[in-house]
Ligand binder design. Structure first.
Ligand SMILES: [Zn+2]
Length: 363
């Protein structure tokens, strides 16, 4: 199976450098990226922008059937122990339907991989895996024991996603950390979402942390000194009314990815997440030089590095996993176009392997 897509603006390589040219996909991989005319028959993208697909680095899709439930209550009343979400998520079937709708929302908005903190031990992990099974959207499942044998949970997923160090005895957490390390799996932790527990989290030497919304100066310095990868979820933090993360300092000092966090409090649309993060970073820092490309990397390539997924940068040999955006005549900068102007309706096509999935007005 071979497909030649020409007359495109391609955000090529790890630096997402715009190149006018063509891309050839063969047997699910990028066989060639070239400038100018491909010199053979091709599908005309009409100067459409080819960009790596989005990876959503932090979700709780199991809560997607409780959208905006308890929106005017505190975060702990909503998602904490005994929170209002549990009144809605009473049956597995309900959770499963929510997950299906989250997968549809992600696919429609250009996300082809996501990392989910999944509760409920073995059963919780299997519920997500079986529901996401046939979807083109790849699930990286980070489970937690919740009373089950941690080794049994880990066997079925990609690692542990720890809600908070406060939920476990220190010794127990260290055991989970060691277990994940020995099995070569991921170990990630929510960190400083509501209060600054960064010191406790960093003591666990996590593969990455999520949030840092309320991390103080010293905590941020320590994260940067140790180059701990960070997932930021600024829209969810705003929605939960817990503060806003220091996007610019983190982007400049460590590997940063973006996530949409709990589907109860936020949509799963990475276009919206990028726009919010970009303007928040510039607005708070008053630094007009902050480059939209760093935000686009956080929504695409960085997340895959963090999750140990194969890169989907548009270079020869990588798996084909990219989006084709409609090119508006007046867009001078395609990176900025994607980060803060384009809508879901501007996605003309989604390429995953040899499959060309629908968009709006398919190529
Ligand atoms: Zn979370």
């Amino acid at each position: 199976m071979k497909r030649v897509l020409g007359n495109a603006v391609i955000l090529e390589g790890e630096e997402l450098e715009p190149v006018r040219g063509y891309v050839v996909v063969e047997d699910g991989r990028i066989a060639e990226v070239g400038t100018g005319n491909p010199g053979r028959s091709y599908v005309d993208l009409k100067r459409g922008v080819v960009c790596p697909s989005f990876t959503n680095a932090h979700t709780h899709v199991g809560d997607a059937s409780a959208r905006d439930v308890g929106a005017y209550r505190s975060i702990s009343e909503r998602v904490g122990r005994g929170g209002v979400k549990f009144k809605v998520l009473r049956s597995e079937e309900r959770v499963r339907r929510g997950i299906r709708s989250a997968l549809e929302e992600m696919l429609a908005s250009g996300t082809l991989a996501f990392a989910d903190f999944r509760e409920g031990g073995v059963r919780g992990v299997e519920l997500l895996r079986s529901t996401a099974g046939g979807s083109p959207v790849e699930a990286v499942v980070l489970g937690r024991p919740d009373g089950d044998d941690p080794a049994e949970v880990l066997e079925r997923c990609h690692g542990f996603g720890i809600s908070s160090p406060a939920d476990y005895a220190e010794e127990e957490l260290l055991k989970l950390r060691r277990l994940a390390g020995r099995r070569g799996k991921l170990f990630a932790v929510h960190c400083a979402e509501v209060k600054d527990d960064t010191a406790d989290v960093l003591g666990l030497n996590p593969d990455f942390v999520v949030h840092l919304t309320n991390a103080g100066e010293e905590s941020i310095d320590e994260v940067l000194r140790r180059r701990i990868p960070v997932v930021l979820c600024p829209r969810a933090n705003g929605s939960f009314a817990v503060g806003l993360p220091r996007v610019k300092e983190l982007l400049e000092g460590t590997l940063v990815a973006l996530g949409t966090d709990n589907a109860m409090a936020n949509s799963l649309n990475m276009l919206r997440e990028m726009e919010f993060a970009f303007k928040l970073a510039r607005g708070l820092s008053r630094d007009y030089r902050l480059d939209a490309r760093e935000i686009l990397k956080a929504a695409t390539l960085n997340a895959r590095k963090m999750l140990k997924l194969e890169s989907n940068a548009i270079v020869e040999g990588n798996p084909a996993s990219f989006l084709i955006f409609r090119n508006n005549n007046y867009i001078y900068d395609p990176v900025l176009g994607i980060v803060h102007r384009f809508e879901v309706s501007d996605i003309k096509g989604i390429v995953k392997g040899d499959v060309l999935l629908g968009g709006n007005g398919i190529v």
